[in-house]
Design a protein around this ligand. Sequence first.
Ligand code: NAP
Length: 250
Amino acid sequence: MDVLTGRTALVTGGGRGIGRGIAERLARDGARVAVHYGSNEAAAKETVTAIEATGGSAFAIGVELGRPGDAKALWEAFDRQADGLDILVNNAGIGTSRPLDEIDEAEYDRVFAVNVKAPHFIVKHGLDRLRDGGRVINISSGLARTAAMPDKMAYAMTKGALDVFTRDLSKVLGPRGITVNSVAPGIIDTDNTAELLHGTEDGWAQASAISALGRVGVPADVADVVAFLASDDGRWITGSWVDTTGGSLT
Ligand code: NAP
């Protein structure tokens, strides 16, 4: 399939986990992919190498998010290697937070800075790079719609805020033919969930039982949904929250 040939995509946090799955899938569909990383340059370069090995095109850009000026720095790095963007996937995120009685202000500020403020300003400063007819896809979480894990409340709150961003941004960018959607995974097997899935003997079995489909998700389960929204077939979906939890909310 070459449905994205001629398009350029940027996947934040594209070196590992769900982001890597998305970067590889969009490249397989023909897009040239900017694989962004925060600190793990080796993982991002490995993703680029894997994409190139299968005939795709990609490049890595490294900028730590959650700091003042992060979005502008990201676009400066992007501009050195590409000329305009068609698909922006805001995937990079801190995947957890401590419970209410343990979290301090610094952790709260950090998780909001990376998960909410960074996507907001990446979009703001990317508006003149993003071409008409493009796509913005924000990686949310099932936890924005269930209180199943209240110990991760601040994290869940960031995804709720991201979903409001998705909703309102769809109205702002709609006149330019740009769609904006949230894709909300359930439990996916990544570094972020290693402790949950492997930290106890029955962690994997308990996580599997949450999904109506009886298994833990893999990055490709999310990437395939992102690829659909990024393609022309997804043109009439905007402002949506796409449940990608494998039936974990039912
Ligand atoms: P992961 O394996 O922990 O990877 C996180 C990615 O985000 C990495 O690529 C990391 O970059 C990047 N990142 C984190 N903090 C950053 C920062 N301050 N600056 C720049 N980059 C940063 O996470 P994942 O499980 O794939 O999750 C990806 C997204 O899906 C997140 O938004 C997460 O909230 C969401 N999600 C995950 C699950 C799940 O079960 N795994 C479920 C629902 C939603 P480096 O590689 O450079 O460290």
